[in-house]
Design a protein. Structure first.
Ligand code: FCB
Length: 460
């Protein structure tokens, strides 16, 4: 195998000058400073004991108090852009009404700090930390929530549209609905399959209305971030299941945004779970408001095979209920896998990008998240030599550029994540960062993979 420096040089040589290279985080996973904002459903979920290592969201990476240091680190690494999310209850403590001046100040500092350092701010309006006040009313299954979200998006645009480079309404609505409502893997943990579908619909509606509200208040370059992937049937018997899984995770979100409505096969396959009576034609038109770009978060393919006589199905590496309506199948991720158990397969990312560009023609794409958790939460001699992460990134960035060379209008790539951080219900156990964060002292130490990005960006 050629050494890493050679691989970096080769990648730098094929990296287009105008291709955006960035890194991503989200508010709940890094900010801390919970006293400075209202409560979110993730603190409620944490209090109810759902986070594996007992993490609470405080101090997370203590980013609110260390924002200047973190900005300096971003600049030193040389990224073109930084993708972050606004915390809804930090903007308005109860999600509506009076603004929280402390919260507005914090994002002013962050955005201005990025611009001063020549880094493009890429903002996500909602990355899962819903205000508890709305969570208590039913969250994304509460009918008024789409309008509350649009009002919040309008506030953000009024305050920050003059300085933010790109806007995403939502991060991964599939995860919000099927991990948060159909099951109890994520907050709020409703564990009700029918609610999963209603939440997905209200998230989509929030997205459509959110785009309108952002634009009406001066925001440019507005889009949506979906977690899309390739569904691989390992045998004839799972072909239909793979198509339905593609429907439940990819097409359920892409088709309405592309103006094709809710996929008929998904409606058919889930009639025993929901009657879909919440869908309204006029609202589908709002959901289909054209986007300026689409972000894809890609980590792993979904590989399935038929269960044998003795299997119950769904046994390897996947939770059973996140695809309501699916027949029993076995998830069979191949080696190598990350610490999350996710199969590493860069070529499936190329496939996902190609497929998405066909399904949403004319819309520029970005990889808005990609990365891996590896067993590297400890420093060795003051350093983290994360060879497996470097390998992951080199292969995946090349796979992204393969899609681009093959005609996909791919404009950029964001590494997940800038920091080791709170990996939701997994807590601190799963580390995705290119920068190590000491959980006691909060000291930041760039890993080998961070230096790899620095080298890549210098050589480009
Ligand atoms: C994505 C989330 C992100 C992070 C990565 C590992 O689903 O958007 O916050 O947790 O997975």
């Amino acid at each position: 195998m050629t050494n890493v420096s050679d691989r970096i040089a080769k990648l730098a040589a094929r990296l287009p000058k105008d291709f955006v290279v960035g890194t991503a985080t989200s508010s709940w996973q890094i900010e801390g400073n919970l006293a400075g904002r209202g409560s979110s459903i993730w603190e409620d979920f944490a209090k109810a004991g759902h986070i594996k290592d007992g993490s609470t969201g405080e101090p997370a990476c203590d980013h609110v108090n260390r924002v200047d240091e973190d900005l300096e680190l971003l600049k030193w690494l040389g990224f073109d852009s930084y993708r972050f999310s606004f915390s809804w209850p930090r903007i308005m403590r109860t999600g509506e009404g009076a603004l929280n001046p402390e919260g507005i100040d914090f994002y002013d500092r962050l955005i201005d700090g990025l611009l001063e350092r020549g880094i493009k701010p890429a903002a996500t309006v909602y990355h899962w930390d819903l205000p508890s006040t709305f969570g208590d009313k039913g969250g994304w299954t509460w009918e008024p929530i789409a309008d509350k979200f649009a009002d919040y998006a309008a506030v953000l645009a009024t305050k920050f549209a003059d300085r933010v480079d790109s806007w995403a309404t939502l991060n991964e609505p599939w995860v919000s609905s099927f991990l948060g409502y159909a099951t109890d893997i994520h907050a709020p943990g409703a564990n009700d399959q029918a609610k999963g579908f209603e939440a997905a619909y209200r998230l989509l509606l929030g997205h459509g209305r959110g785009i309108e509200a952002l634009r009406a208040n001066g925001a440019k370059n507005t889009g949506l971030v979906l977690n899309l992937t390739t569904m691989i049937a390992e045998d004839e018997g799972t072909k239909d299941a793979a198509w339905l899984m593609d429907g439940l995770q990819n097409r359920l979100f892409l088709d309405p945004v592309a103006g094709r409505g809710i996929p008929a096969d998904v409606v058919e396959a889930t009639r025993h779970i929901t009657d879909w009576s919440f869908v309204k034609e006029s609202e589908l038109a709002e959901i289909a408001t054209p986007v300026d770009w689409l972000g894809i978060n890609y980590y792993t393919p979904n590989r399935i095979e038929s269960p044998s006589e003795t299997d119950k199905g769904f046994i390897v590496g996947q939770n059973t209920d996140v695809y309501p309506g699916m027949p029993p199948v076995n998830f069979v991720p191949r080696e190598p896998r990350t610490n999350m158990g996710w199969e590493i397969d860069a070529s499936s990312m190329t496939t996902t990008l190609q497929q998405t560009s066909e399904r949403l023609p004319g819309v520029p794409l970005y990889v808005t998240e990609n990365g891996g958790a590896f067993k590297d939460d400890q420093l060795t001699d003051g350093f983290v030599n994360d060879q497996d992460r470097m390998d992951y990134y080199l292969n995946h960035i090349n796979a992204a550029l393969d899609a681009r060379d093959g005609g996909v209008d791919l404009r950029g790539y964001y590494a997940w994540s800038m920091f080791d951080n709170l990996e939701w219900a997994e807590g601190w156990k799963m580390t995705f960062g290119i920068v190590h964060v000491n959980q006691q002292t909060m000291e930041r130490t760039p890993k080998a993979s961070a230096r790899m990005f620095k080298q890549l960006l210098e050589q480009r």
